[in-house]
Write a protein that binds this ligand. Sequence first.
Ligand code: C2E
Ligand code: CA
Ligand code: CA
Length: 469
Amino acid sequence: MLSGVDDYKTDLEAMEKGADDYLIKSELTAQLLERTFRYSLKSKYLEAKLVKLAHHDSLTSLYNRSIFNELLIKTIQQSQRTGQKIALVTLDLDNFKFVNDNYGHPAGDQLLIKISQRLKHSTRSSDFVARLGGDEFSLLLKDVKNDSDFVKSVENIMDIFQEPFQIDNKSVSVTTSAGIAVFPTDAQTASELIDNSDRAMYQAKALGRNNYSFYNQKLHQEAIVKHQLELELNAAIDNNKLLLHYQPIIDLKTGNITSYEALLRWPDNKNGFRNTEEFIEVAEESSLILKIGDWVFKQACLQLNIWSEQGITDRHISINASANQFNSDDFTELVKKYVNETPDFAQKLTIEITERKPLEITSNIQIRLKVLSDLGIKFSVDDFGIGHSSISYLRAFPMDSIKIDKSIIQNILKFNEDLALCTAIIALGQALSLDVIAEGVETEEIANLLNSLDCPYAQGYLYSKPMPL
Ligand code: C2E
Ligand code: CA
Ligand code: CA
């Protein structure tokens, strides 16, 4: 660097001494410019190298402690603005001393480099990975949708220690203990987050090493259970373990069956079924609901096919779909594909969308529903009366029917408010030319009252429980 500066000075002096000859002068200027350019490139390179040295751990090239702390503070500030949760994961190898003592320090260094590479590989580019010193690493996980995603990420990190590391032709196994603290649930400042993540790591060591622990175990126990359920549900779909049961919808005037609602069933190991509402809720928080939606739709079409082959042509099926199935074109494309194969199936299908988690009124979603409705598919608002009960919702989408929630129906003989609500919904249906279906009808008395209120359709245990066909 100094020789560059000296050359520069000499050239300047040469110029100042004043070579009279213009040609010589311009030749000198050209040389000078070139050298200055090279010098500035070199200094930029050196500067970048210095910055890298200051920010990165020299052995593993991961971030070092000081820059990681700065990044943590910045990310916390961002998270305060966006409301997005972040997780700080502290890792401490369980048996690194053994590796150093038995294979030597160079092998220990090799191991740290290989672990760093696997850590970088197992995280997303937006996450930060640092070596804080010795055999201690820290990771900052961002852009996470929900708590069970933190569990997924931590399990990915733990998984990198499953395979032994190849060091000098030897297979070296090492495990880690990990502690996780989440901002803002577990801490309000960067240093509190670091302390709590450390505490969680010691908790994991106390659990018997090769383990991870969340600072707030109770809060995250739920996330761990959900994550487990997601894995099991995914396997159940792939192994064709799910079933559909069907419950008839009855025309109250004639007593005839007009349609069957398909309800998802997941058999447990004790000849019973897992709670549908519970596992649907977990599926809705992940992309599994899309997989389930596809599966249910295909099964419903298969059932229509079976009836059609048996010469039964007057049966309809209602399927349940979650609002987030309409957030991308995938579901509508799938439905279109199936229905185009057998066009009259479209006339026999109703899609029920719950009002508990309503569709967003956006032009994209309106277009998707319109495309399906133009094919002949009908739409029903499920659980009406306990959610927003919004009339603008009914106007925004091509709805054909409303299902009055069972919590209202089951109370119409007990409470005047529920009777008034039910009467008003039936009138709303008549005014907007929508069919109205009363859900959860369990007694003759309720069925008779609904009939006298001119409610056209009913569904419930009085007629049949959901059953396999
Ligand atoms: P839902 O769509 O409101 O379905 C009606 C629920 O009430 C069903 O519970 C049904 O078994 C139950 N039911 C029917 N008649 C009676 C009755 O007379 N009395 C009482 N107490 N209950 C009755 P299930 O099968 O446990 O389903 C729960 C919820 O899970 C469904 O509520 C629906 O929101 C959701 N679900 C079910 N299958 C699917 C599916 O394939 N996809 C999606 N996205 N959601 C589904
Ligand atoms: Ca339903
Ligand atoms: Ca319902």
